[in-house]
Design a protein. Structure first.
Length: 108
């Protein structure tokens, strides 16, 4: 039987691939909820929910709190999922050309 040294690991980049949309889709599928029913319980429009589920819009704090009140799913967690997803998608995007870093802020 081979022996493994679990203290020696391989570095893996962690990229956020899950947004609040994915969590909500799973929740809706598990509970057999339609978009209309979910939107009504969360007191948001079906259009707004559709935009969130299709990643055309992302969670705002008020909407996250409404979803938390309707489902019990943490608003903070939903917002963190969306923030991490958005940040990962734009992390290497070029900065605005007008940005002028201070000398003390430059990376090596």
């Amino acid at each position: 039987m081979p022996e493994y040294d679990f203290d020696q690991g391989v570095a893996m980049p962690i990229v956020a691939t899950t947004s609040a949309a994915d969590a909500l889709k799973e929740l809706m599928a598990f509970h057999h909820l339609t978009q209309a029913d979910f939107a009504q319980h969360a007191a948001i429009s079906q259009k707004q929910l559709s935009f969130i589920l299709n990643r055309k819009a992302f969670m705002s704090p008020p909407v996250a709190r409404q979803i938390e009140a309707a489902t019990g799913v943490s608003a903070r967690w939903l917002l963190e999922l969306d923030f991490n997803y958005l940040y990962a998608q734009r992390e290497n995007a070029p900065l605005e050309a007008a940005v002028q870093p201070y000398d003390w802020a430059k990376r090596e």
